[in-house]
Write a protein that binds this ligand. Sequence first.
Ligand code: HEC
Ligand code: HEC
Length: 486
Amino acid sequence: MKKVKMVISTAVIITVITAAYLTASPVTLTATNEYNVLNKELLASQTKAGGNMTVRRLSKRSFVYAGEGATQKQQLAFWTGFSLFRDPWVTAPSATKDRDGLGPLFNARSCIACHQAGARAGMSETGESLPTALTIRLGFNKPNMNHENNVYGGQVQPRVTKFVHGQHNNSPNSEAWLKLSYSPVNGQFSDGEVYQLQKPSYELTRLGYGELPEHIFPSPRFAPNIFGAGLLDAISDNDLLAQEDSKDINNDGISAKYNRVPNVKNGDIEIGRFGLKAKHPNLAQQVAAAFRDDIGITNSYFPMESCTKKQILCQQASELGGHKSVEIPDKLLDLVISFNGLLGVPPARSLSQPKKQQGQKLFHQLGCVQCHIPSYTTDKNYHVPALSGQTIWPYTDLALHDMGEGLADGVYEFKATGSEWRTPPLWGIGLQKTITGQQRFLHDGRARTITEAILWHGGEAKTAQEKFKQLTKDQRQALLMFLKSI
Ligand code: HEC
Ligand code: HEC
């Protein structure tokens, strides 16, 4: 675990510690003793969860604000980028060259359709539907396979553009619909209180190109929060690698392992950070992949449409758009990357309340911090100065962890196995409901509350989950109050 070093100012020492300790030199706090005194500087730092990239005022309606530290020029790029994030893309050719090129196969017409208010959009209803924010990726239950013989490619695109163009008035088939159902899982806390979780099951229906090939399985992914992504991009590789413990040499039952993934621009293999199994090495590539895979907008990172070789009508339709090169030029793509990078983090709320302090202590005592690493200082040399050198509180190690059978999707993604997921950041999770009107947690949105999300933790997190179940109701409340305020 990373040590949180903070220096207490003399003024704070006077108020909290007796005069006998007043020997002038500053006291350095470590993770073990930092919560014995209410440290105002520490609280102030925690409250500005995104450092200078925290948003100035909490909004009740949206996460979409640039961090306070963004310059005027960056604000301009932010709001222009936001319009490209928000407005729907249309079928090419069209009169609006700047935002056409949708499809031929796609999941949604805009980024905001899945990342409502910069967070998570509505969850799919149970029964059969065309999914949006609950995206279905396709993957193998073995490592190192490619999609050569998989007509569907790496993601189910349930929507298609309609074409009427000379003899090409045949649209390609939509790939599939989703049938979602839940079955109850009953359990009990040590104090006797009962709970019921819901275990999802998925079936792809109305398959447009025949049965799924053998060894290919659906991997449901519920669109995550995306604010603060620029700051996560700005954590240095070295700080992450210092946390790596893939063989669990320190023998704490937890093996932080980083995915190793290709950087599509230079072919290098780098640490994976973005995506729920950390498939992309940096924010720019993640945004570019979203354009191509989710909206069908080709770009310099991913110049080919997502049609596979066997999707002939999709191939034909993609040639009708009239774009000489890619569908979103770098200039516009960069604006969306800037928008996403500068998207500020909400401030933490009233962490000094005793109950929340108790909750924070429990968060440490239960071992949540072994994966949900509270704090970092971002790389001083990061290429966007507003994001560099910031002390931030995301509560993640961005590493992969085996989360047990209950959460496993069985699908590999580069070095991530079928039961591994990347630790998600926890900042702002308590605001989902007020801002978007709904809350769902975990990679597939199965958890309706934070409590349910914790109860699903298994595998390497089983010990933490068991300790959580042993808490009294009062202690559970304290932990939740803390989690809802960070
Ligand atoms: C169809 C729904 C959908 C659309 C449209 C969509 N996303 Fe996403 N987004 C997702 C899902 C699902 C994930 C997780 C993907 C994974 O695990 O591979 C994700 C992941 C991300 C992440 C990574 C977050 C993290 O913590 O790793 C970012 C950043 C992001 N999207 C930005 C965008 C941008 C920008 C756009 C528009 C260009 C966009 N998304 C369009 C569903 C969507
Ligand atoms: C072994 C590492 C590990 C430990 C220990 C751990 N977590 Fe997690 N946590 C994860 C991973 C990985 C996920 C994502 C799992 C998924 O999506 O299926 C997650 C997801 C979550 C989520 C859902 C976040 C969201 O936005 O969907 C919450 C809340 C959470 N953890 C809280 C806790 C708490 C509280 C504890 C301590 C009791 C804890 N975690 C212990 C790794 C861990």
